[in-house]
Design a protein. Structure first.
Length: 378
């Protein structure tokens, strides 16, 4: 049967289209975070950062090994639970993601890092801060934010040298994150001459702290350090106000250093006594922070928490390493990731041999009229 000239041209064009499609390489990037449960604000914010980076990469277009690359997000929920997190990690391995930018909670990240190591896939976290994460020194584990050693030391220094407080109490939530951060703070504060008058613990689901706070109040601390998340710190602030602990500071790490704390504290006057530490610079002091945040807010209004720019940079780091290696195969590009020298939204990122950032920064903040405000330490 003879084909008309138009049909022949159409068939040729269709064939060219198929050839172009065949040349397009799908490269999967994984994200795991608590997108359900009490920490969902963090998980969704982080996933937004990953999604935004993937959209930006795909809009620019990238060729690796002669093929046009299309990045694709593979997202899983860990509900801040280690068992769910390790299962999700294995799922990403089975799905053959090229890399993962992932985890809010150190208690999830630490066991999950072994899963990624065993399947040879690099994972970058922009939020899990326990130093134990990078202790094995695996070439698959990276962190783009200051760890708890830096945050705990910064808060201890602020306690002793800036506020000149003498007596503090400590509460932790018994998670890898909360207990680890509280331990670092206690060690550094005591080195600086601060007396720890009470050490108490709770759990990461608790909302009633009256018994613990009543016991602590009797010991007359000038501040309480809480190792845990905002979901517990909010009720704690309300109950401190109920007990008349209006002059007692509440210190904490990045787990409480979010705008959501003001909502959960529900107007408690004690919110003004919070001093908290984030790994990294404030948005205003990040090299690309202000412009990036404008774009983020336009895409995801009202969803910003704290970590999303680090997760954005994590994806860009993976893509940069792939580009320099001319391969999306982890075995080929991991050595290029180790030698990263990348100017991101958050900072210039380079890694130590164990996957920690070189020269990480931190920010101390307070709350003024419900807004989180960076403290000028100069």
């Amino acid at each position: 049967m003879k084909m008309s000239r138009k049909l022949l041209i159409a068939a040729a064009v269709a064939g060219m289209g198929s050839a172009v499609m065949a040349q397009e390489q799908i490269v999967k990037i994984g994200h795991i975070g608590p997108v359900s449960g009490p920490q969902a604000h963090f998980g969704k914010d982080d996933e937004n950062g990953v999604r935004m980076a993937i959209e930006d990469l795909n809009a620019k277009g990238m060729e690796i090994a002669g093929k046009k690359v299309k990045f694709q997000l593979v997202a899983e929920d860990d509900a801040a639970d280690p068992k769910q997190g390790t299962a999700a990690s294995q799922k990403l391995c089975d799905d053959k993601v090229a890399g993962a930018v992932t985890f809010v909670n150190s208690g999830v990240a630490i066991p999950s890092s072994k899963v990624f190591h065993d399947c040879g896939i690099p994972m970058i976290t922009g939020a899990a801060t326990n130093p134990e994460l990078t202790k094995p020194g695996w070439d698959t584990t990276y962190r783009v934010i200051a760890n708890d050693n830096a945050l705990g030391a910064a808060l201890a220094n602020y306690t002793a040298h800036v506020l000149k407080l003498k007596n503090v109490a400590i509460i932790d939530d018994r998670t890898a994150y909360g207990q680890g951060l509280a331990s670092v703070y206690k060690k550094d504060a005591e080195k600086l001459g601060v007396k720890v008058v009470a050490s108490e613990f709770t759990n990461d689901k608790a909302t009633d702290f009256m018994a613990i706070l009543t016991s602590i109040k009797a010991k007359k601390p000038e501040a309480i350090f809480y190792g845990g998340m905002y979901g517990q710190a909010g009720p704690m602030l309300r109950q401190m106000a109920q007990l008349g602990m209006n002059d007692v500071k509440l210190f904490g790490g990045d787990g409480i250093c979010v705008l959501e704390l003001a909502k959960v504290a529900a107007g408690a006057k004690t919110l003004e006594n919070v001093v908290c530490a984030d790994g990294g610079a404030s948005i205003a002091k990040m090299p690309g922070g202000i412009e990036w945040k404008k774009r983020y807010d336009a895409k995801y209004p009202g969803q910003f928490q704290v970590y999303s720019p680090y997760f954005y940079d994590g994806v860009m780091l993976l893509a940069d390493a792939m580009k320099r290696a001319n391969s999306w195969d982890p075995k080929v590009y991991i050595p290029f990731l180790q030698k990263a020298d990348y100017q991101g939204v958050t900072s210039r990122i380079q890694f130590e041999k164990n996957g920690e950032m070189k020269n990480p920064t931190y920010t101390l903040s307070k709350f003024v009229n419900g807004d989180k405000v960076a403290i000028d330490l100069k």
